[in-house]
Design a protein around this ligand. Structure first.
Ligand code: GLU
Length: 444
């Protein structure tokens, strides 16, 4: 690969992008950056009814959040005349034909073929129409769709992930590239763009494998250079179940709102499904340097959103106070307590959202957890808890006194106190935590 490398991420702005899209975006981004090439954000918005500006903004916001900066934005809706020109060229070459079947008729044909044990490939009936018949159908039904006439030969390519792929052109229906209402479809627009923009590598999901077959033929017909294709496997849920329906709940925007760190998401998604281990990587350059598409396998890739939590927690532990000072100040933590607050909480949070709970606990007191057999003990201990603000010594002096008076020691001394004060069996060092405690509910 060289600095001529050009990749693109080409989402349709018809919804929020999710972890599946991220996988595609990230692979294309990493390939371009590793080669010192160009990464294009291409907005596939040829469908005016389903494309929304809100989603275009959302895609940019998501990529920005992740630090996947693009070199250039292209929009298909601004390039419609290019697609028209290409369509005209295909007509002149006799590789493009108008067809008038209604969806119901096509459906019927498919069913018949399937009943006869044949593959449901479009029978090219429209190719047999003469000009007069076409005019009559057009007058009756309105303009037809435009289909690309595939060459019925094998289409082969060396896929960056799947290896040698071979598709029989005769086993695929001639693709519709323009709808009856004149709308240019993605298959044509994408070919024109990939060719004209000099895209050298196309990485996308394996749901596009058949598309690739037809797109290669269209590219060849138009005289374009065929890029290198790689098709990554689709994501499944942790049990191997299809994820397509649940992807809606795995939108990047939701993960961001849930407090998942971009570094966690990038670390997981840039290695998941490859033979490289998933490890937290906090800087992009390391991800770029270590990325190798040939290490990805074709088997479906299990994705579990839960895996993002320990990675996020791990990432947060690497942060210094200055990295989170704003978040901490926003909670109302006084500046002179911020350092202690961060040192107490950093290893006891999954996301930054958890900080709020800790601050609330310190300022409003935790609901004490007191086991029945400890009631008497806690009452005694609370009576010994000093009045006024706690200091670094409070925990050791207080527990020494409690030990002396009650005779308890070790875990049976410390654990009930921790649970009474924090409401939890685990958590930060009690000695460091005490000075932050402003309210102790168990005292009452
Ligand atoms: N807009 C297409 C999609 O989101 C792009 C596919 C491609 O990368 O060519 O599926």
């Amino acid at each position: 690969m060289s600095d001529n490398t050009i990749t693109r991420f080409a989402p349709s702005p018809t919804g929020w992008i999710h972890v599946g899209n991220l996988r595609t975006a990230l692979m294309n981004y990493l390939i371009a950056r590793k080669a010192g090439g160009t990464f294009i954000l291409r907005i596939d918005d040829t469908d005016p009814n389903r494309s929304k500006e809100e989603y275009v903004d959302g895609i940019k916001r998501d990529l920005d959040w992740l630090g996947l900066h693009w070199d250039r934005v292209e929009r298909q809706s601004l390039r419609l005349e290019k697609y028209e020109e290409a369509a005209q060229k295909l007509r002149e070459m006799d590789r493009f034909y108008e067809a008038f079947e209604t969806p119901t008729e096509l459906d019927l044909k498919r069913k018949k073929q399937l009943n006869m044990g044949k593959p449901p490939v479009y029978d090219r009936a429209a190719l047999k129409l003469d000009a007069a018949e076409r005019d009559a159908l057009r007058a009756e039904r309105g303009p037809g769709v435009w289909r690309f006439k595939l060459l019925q030969e094998r289409i082969v390519w060396d896929d960056g992930i799947l290896g040698d792929v071979s598709i029989d052109g005769a086993s695929v229906s001639d693709p519709v590239l323009i709808r009856g209402d004149g709308q240019i479809l993605y298959t044509l627009a994408s070919v024109v763009d990939d060719t004209e923009m000099g895209v050298t590598h196309v990485v996308r999901g394996s749901d596009h494998v058949t598309n690739t077959g037809t797109q290669i033929q269209i590219m060849q017909a138009l005289g374009g250079t065929v890029p290198q294709f790689a098709h990554h496997s689709l994501l499944t849920g942790p049990q191997g179940e299809a994820l397509s329906k649940r992807l809606g709940t795995l939108a990047l925007k939701d993960l961001r709102e849930a407090g998942i760190a971009p570094q966690a998401l990038l670390s997981l998604m840039s290695r998941l499904g490859s033979s490289d281990p998933v490890e937290l990587r906090t800087d992009m350059q390391t991800l770029i340097d270590g990325f190798d598409i040939s290490r990805f396998g074709s088997a479906p890739t299990k994705f579990d959103a839960e895996d993002l939590k320990p990675l996020t927690a791990h990432y947060l532990q690497t942060l210094d106070l200055e990295d989170v000072a704003e978040d901490i100040r926003a909670l109302g933590v006084p500046d002179d307590q911020a350092a202690r607050f961060w040192s107490v909480t950093r290893e006891n949070i999954t996301t930054l959202h958890d900080l709020e709970g800790w601050w609330k606990m310190f300022t409003q007191g935790a609901e004490p957890v007191i086991d029945d057999e400890d009631r008497e003990f806690i009452a005694q201990a609370m009576a010994l808890l000093p009045e006024g603000a706690f200091t670094d010594e409070t925990w050791s002096t207080w527990t020494a006194q409690v030990k002396e008076q009650t005779g308890r020691k070790g875990k049976s001394l410390f654990m009930p106190l921790r649970k009474a004060l924090t409401g939890q069996a685990h958590g930060p060092e009690m000695a460091t935590l005490m000075p932050l405690l402003q309210v102790v509910k168990a005292r009452r």
